[in-house]
Design a binder for this molecule. Sequence first.
Ligand SMILES: NC(=O)c1ccc[n+]([C@@H]2O[C@H](COP(=O)([O-])OP(=O)(O)OC[C@H]3O[C@@H](n4cnc5c(N)ncnc54)[C@H](O)[C@@H]3O)[C@@H](O)[C@H]2O)c1
Length: 327
Amino acid sequence: MNVLVTGGAGYIGSVTVATLLAKGHQVVVLDELSTGHRDSVPDGVPFVHGSVADEDMVGYAIAQHGVEAIIHFAAASLVGESMAKPTKYFLANTAATFALLDTAVRRGVGRFVLSSTAAVYGTPDAVPIPETAALRPESVYGESKLMIERALGWLASTTGLASASLRYFNAAGATATLGEDHRPETHLIPLVLQVAAGKRPSIQVFGTDYPTPDGTAIRDYVHVSDLANAHLLALEALKPGEARSYNLGSGTGYSVREVIEACRRVTGEAIDEVAVGRRAGDPPVLVADSTKARTELGWTPAFDDLDVLVGTAWEWQRAHPDGYGGH
Ligand SMILES: NC(=O)c1ccc[n+]([C@@H]2O[C@H](COP(=O)([O-])OP(=O)(O)OC[C@H]3O[C@@H](n4cnc5c(N)ncnc54)[C@H](O)[C@@H]3O)[C@@H](O)[C@H]2O)c1
């Protein structure tokens, strides 16, 4: 299939591009490189430098490469920033995606896979969280994605667009060649590993008084390669006129302290931690019920061991001490 991958120079997008290529798909990457890295896109893969909101450029790329499907990773995704700059997020995520969808529908692209997020749920009534849980985002980021999900429902019924919204929990880990290099980094595992590598003095633990066994927040970490595989399965399962949604998580929750302990075991480093207050809007526990992806898509995450997952991220950090070197 000819697949346009927006945000394909980013963390999850680049691993998915590699997975698509390995399965014999033709890929074109569209990325404005606001947070992504040109060096994470393999030589020989057509690369369009620009925004998904640029209808002329996107339309040209679709026509030139005979695009049949779009996997849409491109987004701004910092929860805190979304509360400080809400209009940036409604523009960069919601409005830009509506422009992309307009171009896609007009050009006859019938398949669309969206990077959605567990943030569409807000604080759940119960965990693990199934797709049927109430959708009550507590951040502009979550709302900006949920608005896209809702539009996909309408586009399925009105235009026949086949789509899947994949609600990731916490992406983590690396492949041998592709890893996480966000600037600034906000994700727990790479931050803890930066402490282990001597790049930061300590790791801040936001909230130690949660109603969890060790008082720190519990999250569901899913390996980036498992996420990438889910995109291929979702792409294959798309049905005209249907807008589906799937949770993607390991189904196992680990507390912040358990993650730090795993990083200590894997790296052999002491890793100083500093307890600070809770961050606004951080629920105590977020763990996915991914039964639907497992049964409907046949998705079987390969990484279910936290130390193994952390080990892949550590290997990548050691092999790439400067990340993508600013490219
Ligand atoms: N990383 C996670 O744990 C996580 C969890 C839930 C959801 N998500 C979602 O998954 C997607 C990918 O996340 P990531 O961690 O790989 O992020 P990332 O920042 O590494 O990748 C995003 C990519 O999109 C590009 N981009 C941003 N806006 C663009 C635009 N308007 N036009 C073209 N390119 C643009 C960036 O340059 C970057 O390469 C995002 O949509 C994010 O909201 C991520």
